[in-house]
Design a protein around this ligand. Structure first.
Ligand SMILES: Cc1ncc(COP(=O)(O)O)c(C=O)c1O
Length: 369
């Protein structure tokens, strides 16, 4: 991989992504829908989808219609489901691009059906059931009635049904088991009237690993495909590999005299003569403007000092005298035996690993191997 032309970049291991899809297939014995919304959790939706499809994942899940259309435009011919809201104005395009959409509301469902009928076409749909997430979805108590009604509309094909878990990343919480029971109850009702759609899915990554009862015939995995833990309570088993490394180059090295301010606000001031380096990474790249951060250089941890700027920050390098301009710095990932994980960054930033990788800016070059 030629990284010489870049000052900061992401390296993404597509072999790790394929390995992780295989792990999920082996654990669950089910079809895997790879969730590539939010630019593939920051990893790049198109290469991730291509790798996942190669590994045998025949579905990709996205949050919005635009994300689905971008996959089609890139030539992906896998099945695609829009997991969120699709505006009626986009329905004809969804039909023409063979994209399945989520239905969870009567008025919207009716509008979708009318649009499809007028075009003499059929829209592929998955019905979403709210079994406890408290977000999108028909409430489980109303699901039978809703699907009875929906199945009478012309222009819609109901090919799937799904639900989403609120607390699968807390395997001790009883809500997931309750949600599985509610969802199974809905499926039983539908089966008794021969109304059950063929594709049934519920599990996100955490449920795919911790709740066997949630498999049905497909799982929808995001975070595990990227090799990241669903939570500190729902760790991935051994065998999954993180796919992403964030690197930068040391761009400046100076020895400042004692009492010199470093970066905006001079909130860090040198106590003695100090060797300070800079890297061309800042909050506009998704590296948060918080204090007490660390990066890896020469397989050692170096402290970020002073405020993180829009596209630069400073490092205290007294303990790394061999550092030179151009040296490789790792912000996220492994260098030698040291590792900074997305989970560690999440903890530092008061958030979760999901937000860390989804926040990686578009301007960061993404290099795939
Ligand atoms: C509806 C739906 N299904 C599946 C997923 C994938 O979840 P995870 O990344 O925890 O596997 C998400 C992610 O937010 C989602 O919103």
């Amino acid at each position: 991989m030629d990284t010489n032309g870049y000052s900061t970049w992401l390296e993404i291991d597509l072999g790790a992504v394929q390995n992780n899809v295989h792990q999920l297939q082996q654990i669950t014995g089910c079809e895997v829908m790879t969730v590539v919304k939010a630019n593939g959790y920051g990893h790049g939706a198109i290469p991730i989808a291509q790798a996942a499809v190669k590994a045998g994942s025949s579905w990709c899940g996205v949050g919005r219609l635009e994300e689905a259309l971008a996959l089609r435009q890139a030539g992906l011919d896998c099945e695609i489901l829009v997991l969120g809201y699709t505006p009626p104005a986009g329905i004809l395009e969804a039909i023409s691009q063979n994209i399945s959409v989520t239905v969870y509301d009567q008025e919207l469902g009716e509008e979708y059906a009318q649009l499809a009928q007028h075009a003499h076409k059929c829209l592929r749909t998955h019905v979403k059931i709210d079994t406890g997430m408290g977000r999108l979805g028909v409430m489980s108590q109303s699901a039978l009635e809703f699907i009875r009604w929906l199945s009478r509309l012309k222009g819609l094909q109901i090919e799937g049904i799904f639900t989403h878990f609120a607390r699968a990343d807390e395997p001790q919480a009883s809500l997931t088991t309750q949600q599985i029971e509610r969802f199974s109850g809905v499926l039983d009702q539908l089966r008794s009237e021969s109304l059950c759609p063929p594709i049934i899915h519920a599990a996100n990554s955490a449920a795919a690993i911790y709740f066997h009862g949630a498999y049905f015939n497909m799982v929808r995995a995001g975070i595990a495909v990227y090799g990241l833990h669903p939570s500190s309570e729902a760790l991935l088993p051994p065998g999954f590999l993180p796919a992403l490394t964030w690197k930068a180059r040391l761009t400046s090295l100076k020895t400042f005299p004692p009492g010199h301010g470093i970066s905006y606000g001079s909130i860090y001031t040198t106590e003695k003569a100090e060797r300070i380096g800079t890297i061309p990474v800042g909050y506009a790249d998704g590296f948060r403007r918080v204090l007490q951060q660390q990066v890896l250089l020469h397989e050692q941890r170096a402290s970020v000092v002073g405020r993180v700027c829009m596209d630069q920050c400073a490092l205290q390098l007294d303990e790394i005298p061999q550092a030179r301009i151009g040296d490789e710095v790792v912000l996220l990932g492994q260098q030698g035996t040291e590792r900074i994980s997305a989970e560690e960054l999440g903890k530092r930033w008061g958030t979760v690993n999901y937000e860390v990788v989804c926040g990686l800016a578009n301007r960061l070059p993404r290099l795939y191997y």
